[in-house]
Design a protein around this ligand. Structure first.
Ligand code: 2M8
Length: 455
């Protein structure tokens, strides 16, 4: 294999402002590349060798962006291997199980999901859920970083699959009938344990004792105090069991499914991916028009359904109650990735982001948290309930750039670089001290660091 690593040619202004040197940039570049290399499993990259030993859907999208900077051919292997596991209905499973890894290495493993019993599932074992559709966005971003004939050929192969992914979400998952996709499990949000899900999760009837029948693996590798509780897991298992019992079908979900939510990030990703598909369509000789139209409609629906003028931010809508969930989490800021977001909402979200709740600034005093740091249920150590995550920071930085807020975007870039410089490529970071938390040597942290270093 030819080593195609190209170190960044110079440190950007934000890096210099942080007092770092081009040498420090080079060290971080190598750390990130080596982390990705260490997680490469031949054809795809694991998020973490310990906690997450299979292929995860949105992790692979972010990781594909990082590979574009160091081993571009792996960008396309990463996405191709994921989409090879796409179901016939278009869904892209949130986990693709590696048959070479023991079934007991992760809970819930392939035996729990039983995808092989479902008509239309692929030959390889997968979960039956999805994750935020950031894949077209990632494919387009990676391609524009390094346009090549190999990239064009990969886009031609991926385009119909990306379109099918979006079509599945826009049709089968439009449970609310307003043009937004519903998630059927907190795991589909990617922010599994966010306080955003506390209200809808509390309505899921389950007892912690459900977990006596299972063996959690996450608490073997991570501090149990940082992970979801057994009661959370009992509810996670209960929701999957209900979905699995219906063969993972999506008809009549409103009548029978215990968790149905329209998430701002998930739907903003779906809208931004339509715009990315418009770009990809132009490259592969397809019609970009319908993608642009869909992006406009999704943006309008996100504003109409998920923006709360009283709080001045976006919230998930719980379809079981019809109400917006009350927590002010970082999910509320993510519609910034929609270029067509009206100026009024952009201003409101910026005010929310700059408030003491999130502390966004051109010079960040602390990392961007995943939850309102002034809230009573803010937890600095428990995953998705406070800590800072690189993929979310990357998305919000991307949104700030989309809307021309370059100085604030530079603040996030510096913050990302400083976090890894001090703590390494951890899964997430303490929102006050920046200490590394969760799994060390984490895939998307390394990948997205490469992307911001390359700017
Ligand atoms: C976390 O989720 C998995 C379940 O999918 C878990 O906790 O076991 C989340 O952080 C999710 O966003 C991420 O994709 C996954 C793998 O990194 O881990």
């Amino acid at each position: 294999m030819v080593n195609q690593t190209v170190p960044p040619t110079g440190s950007g202004p934000a890096v210099r402002a942080a007092g770092q040197t081009a040498g420090e940039d080079g060290r971080l570049w190598e750390l990130a590349r080596d982390t990705l290399d260490g997680n490469w499993a031949g054809g795809h990259t694991v998020p973490s060798r310990t906690l997450y030993p299979h292929q995860w859907s949105w992790d692979s999208a972010f990781i594909a962006i990082g590979w574009a900077h160091v081993r571009p051919e792996r960008t396309w292997s990463e996405l191709t291997s994921l989409f090879r596991a796409q179901w016939r209905d278009g869904r892209v499973p949130h986990i693709v199980f590696n048959p070479a890894v023991s079934g007991g290495a992760y809970f819930p493993g392939p035996g729990f999901w039983a995808s092989e019993t479902v008509e239309g599932a692929p030959a390889v074992a997968t979960s039956g859920l999805v994750q935020p559709p950031v894949h077209a966005l990632a494919a387009w971003h990676a391609y524009r970083r390094l346009p090549s004939e190999e990239g064009r050929a990969a886009l031609r192969r991926l385009y119909p699959r990306l379109v099918a992914q979006q079509r599945y979400l826009a049709t089968c998952r439009d449970v609310g009938g307003a043009g937004l996709a519903s998630i059927v499990h907190p795991w589909e949000s990617g922010l599994d344990n966010s306080p955003a899900w506390d209200a809808p999760m509390s309505a899921v009837a389950a007892e912690a004792a459900v977990m006596r029948a299972y063996r959690r693996r996450d608490t073997v590798h991570a501090d149990p105090a940082h992970r979801p509780t057994d009661l959370d897991y009992a509810r996670y298992v209960t929701i999957v069991t209900a979905y699995r019992a219906g063969g993972y079908r999506d008809d009549d979900l409103a009548e029978r499914h215990p968790f149905l939510v329209e998430c701002p990030l998930f739907n903003a990703a779906m809208g931004a991916s339509e715009l990315a598909l418009a770009g990809i369509a132009e490259v592969v000789g397809a019609d970009p028009g319908p993608h642009r139209e869909r992006a406009v409609r999704i943006t309008q629906a996100v504003v109409n359904r998920l923006y709360d003028p009283d709080s001045g931010t976006f919230h998930p809508r719980d379809l079981r109650t019809g109400r917006l969930t009350p927590a002010r989490t970082v999910l509320g800021l993510t519609p910034l990735i929609l270029p067509g977001l009206p100026a009024r909402q952009v201003e409101a979200v910026l005010a929310e982001a700059r408030s003491a709740r999130f502390g966004l600034a051109a010079r960040m005093e602390r990392p961007l948290p995943s939850h309102d740091r002034t809230a009573t249920d803010f937890e600095a150590l428990r995953y998705w309930r406070g800590p800072s995550w690189m993929n979310i920071v990357w998305l919000i930085r991307h949104g700030l750039l989309v809307h021309g807020h370059d100085r604030l975007a530079a603040g996030l870039r510096t913050s990302m670089i400083e976090l890894v410089a001090a703590a390494g490529c951890h899964e997430y970071f303490h929102p006050d001290t920046g200490a590394g938390l969760g799994s060390p040597a984490f895939g998307w942290t390394a990948a997205l660091l490469l992307d911001v270093l390359a700017d």
